[in-house]
Design a protein around this ligand. Sequence first.
Ligand SMILES: [Zn+2]
Length: 136
Amino acid sequence: MANSKIVMGIDDIPMWASIDRHRLELQTCDDCGAIRYPPAPVCPKCLSEKATWTAVSGEGTIISWVVFHRKYFDDHPPPYNSTAVELDEGPIIVTQLQGDEPEGSWIGKRVRLGYAEHAGRTQHFARLIATPAGQA
Ligand SMILES: [Zn+2]
């Protein structure tokens, strides 16, 4: 078994560099404003090649999650989770919820990204955001 590895295509380099700086920058299309994720050479909506790397808010909503009880990588001893978060800007990223976990379903819970060193690289993770009483 081995540690997990990042996927590093040529279009991903600026995103991973931003994560190293503890922020998440994604491509915003200069022609239609769509945010590209995963990073790509052209906009999936209008096929423009022009984009500007822009920091996202880092806040979003959990839309799915799974807890693994089997070991796939040495750097992810079970149990660990993979959590899909829809960022407020629209893209869906997969990260790991750290800290307090919701009781019952995690879907709909608000989170904020944080950054930490993991297996020799910087990665984002999510933490729950306190919500006003009565809201999901
Ligand atoms: Zn576009």
